[in-house]
Design a protein around this ligand. Structure first.
Ligand SMILES: Cc1cc2nc3c(=O)[nH]c(=O)nc-3n(C[C@H](O)[C@H](O)[C@H](O)COP(=O)(O)OP(=O)(O)OC[C@H]3O[C@@H](n4cnc5c(N)ncnc54)[C@H](O)[C@@H]3O)c2cc1C
Length: 521
């Protein structure tokens, strides 16, 4: 069946819903979403949303912190848009009824997170994403122009004459449908599920990145993967995120002997950027041969359970008291900095196709995202994309001269046999082992060879079922990540190589992108 709204939005997280709200006054909007409408990362976000609204803060300070965390690779114009327009869009959320924690005077009470120079993270207890999601869904429900179709898994972007004209999806009965629209927004979130250990929900399988690449849109910066340093590590329990805000409130990381060790690795100790804290944890674990834990037992003035009810509950279910017990932690994949390249209004390199939120790469996070900047990114760039999607389609504006190197991957050769062990579990284990926190030359070579072969097999396959589509997304993203990680011969932000442990601005101070090399059409 084919439907024809004016605008098509893929996903129902913060970027998708904010864009849909911007589009609703200009035509009909169809929102397609994979599972339940609140199933993406947005609803899982804990710590909060970073925004320069405090008396001691300014967009200028927020810009400086974001650029510092980005390790030399942020696009300053994108960061300026993020931090400059953030207060306006967060104020709008407050006006729509977002219930963020407030101080005694009734003003929003920001918390502190790592690598922020002031307290600027607004939050609703430790379930900020759930609250933002509630508010956005309430706004969307009030607008008859917006229709949400859930359990609709988009498997393909439709292109005609080099223009994106919509998407095809499978419903819960695995039937194929098409939606054709004047403009299509990818807001399908990240790709944490490519890795065996992740904080991300099951829907984040990188579908948007893979589908965009398959139809010729440019993707970039996929070597930069953020590992969250502190994820609950109790055998048999889910890898539940232990928010950065815990360390912002004073939690300490302890080694097996009960010693606080972060000061030996980083001058900012527990408040150093995520990638540095995560690697320090791995090093300390190797040095001592024992587990690492997070402790709040010394924080006498904080009501830990009241401040972190959701995290306290997850710990309690694992038999631990967050306020008293050392909680075992280890790093896990949390966020992908790269994605589909866009300009500041969400335009991709394919006319008619827009992208916003975690699936996109505006360059706003550089090589490493500053904590709590991603909800803000979805809000600001979702709204910006929604504002221009009614205009005649055109390709994105550039990132400035000399900033981008485009490398075209070879189209797979004829009749490639699939690796014998090709399945979802193996893809995820290999990505975790070879594209993880510490990358070795042997691991990267192995990943590149295996994922290249796996991708060629997926492309050659004629299977059209959902399971094959899912495998293909995971393989395509892992393939792009391994190419990118092998290509970048330096270490920076979320990309760390044992054979090139230093940052090299002269040779690598730019983004690298991939575009599908087309055979003669
Ligand atoms: C546990 C956790 C805690 C976090 N805490 C914070 C925090 O405190 N602050 C912060 O700023 N960030 C946080 N983040 C990151 C942040 O939540 C995400 O980066 C952000 O919410 C992404 O928003 P999005 O709209 O781009 O995507 P999502 O919210 O992930 O939405 C993606 C949507 O696309 C849909 N989708 C995916 N594939 C398809 C398909 N093929 N067809 C149809 N629909 C599809 C999904 O179902 C979903 O609705 C956290 C992330 C996690 C996982």
């Amino acid at each position: 069946m084919t439907t024809q709204p004016d605008f098509l939005v893929l996903g129902s997280g913060i970027a998708a819903l904010r864009a849909a709200l911007a589009l609703a006054s200009r035509g009909s909007v169809c929102v397609l979403t994979k599972g339940e409408p609140d199933q993406g990362s947005t609803g899982w976000a804990q710590g909060g949303i970073a925004v320069a609204m405090g008396d001691d803060d300014s967009p200028r300070l927020h810009l400086e912190d974001t650029l510092a965390a980005g390790d030399g690779l942020c696009e300053p114009d994108a960061v300026r848009a993020l931090v400059g327009e953030g207060p306006r869009y967060v104020s709008e959320l407050l006006a729509w009824g977002a219930r963020f924690d407030r101080d005694a005077q009734g003003r929003p009470a920001p918390t502190r997170e790592a690598a922020h120079s002031v307290r600027r993270v607004l939050h609703a207890d430790d379930a900020t994403g759930r609250e933002i999601s509630r508010v956005l869904h309430e706004q969307v429900a009030a607008l008859p122009a917006i229709t949400i179709i859930d359990h609709a898994i988009v498997t393909e972007l439709l292109c005609e004459g080099g223009v994106c004209v919509g998407a095809a999806y499978r419903d819960a009965q695995d039937r194929r449908h098409e939606v054709r629209a004047r403009a299509t927004l990818l807001a399908t979130g990240g790709a944490g599920q490519v890795f065996a250990q992740t904080t991300n929900p099951t829907v984040t399988t990188g579908d948007g990145m893979a589908m965009a690449f398959e139809v010729g849109a440019e993707v970039a910066d996929l070597e930069f993967v953020q590992f969250h340093p502190t994820v609950l590590d109790v055998p048999g329990r889910p890898r539940f995120l232990l928010s950065e805000a815990l360390r912002g409130e004073g939690a300490r990381l302890l080694n097996v002997a009960g010693e606080a060790f972060m000061g030996r690795y980083e001058s900012a100790a527990e408040l150093a950027p995520r990638d540095r804290v995560a690697r320090a944890i791995v090093r300390e674990r190797q040095r001592t041969g024992g587990p690492i834990s997070l402790s709040m037992a010394h924080l006498r003035d904080l009501d830990v359970h009241a401040r972190f009810p959701q995290i306290s509950e997850a710990c309690r279910e694992a038999g631990l008291d967050l306020a008293r017990d050392p909680v075992p932690v280890s790093p896990a994949v949390h966020y992908v900095m790269g994605g589909v390249v866009t300009d500041l209004d969400g335009r991709t390199s394919l006319p008619g196709l827009y992208a916003a939120g975690e699936v996109a790469c505006t360059g706003v996070h550089g090589a490493n995202r500053l904590a709590s900047n991603s909800l803000l990114e979805g809000l600001v760039f979702g709204a910006r994309a929604g504002a221009v999607m009614g205009e005649p389609p055109r390709v994105r504006d550039g990132w400035g001269p000399g900033r981008l190197v485009a490398c075209a991957p070879a189209v797979p050769g004829p009749a490639v046999e699939a690796p014998a062990d090709l399945d979802v579990a193996t893809v995820r284990l290999r990505a975790w082992r070879d594209l993880g926190l510490v990358r070795t030359p042997e691991g990267l070579q192995a990943a590149d060879a295996w994922f290249t072969q796996a991708r060629a097999a997926c492309v050659a396959s004629t299977a059209g079922d959902l399971a094959s589509a899912q495998l293909r997304s995971l393989v395509t993203v892992a393939y792009l990540m391994s190419r990118a990680a092998l290509r970048r011969e330096e270490s920076r932000g979320g990309h760390y190589r044992t054979d090139f442990p230093e940052r090299h601005d002269d040779t690598w101070g730019h983004h690298c992108s991939d575009v599908l090399q087309r055979t003669a059409e």
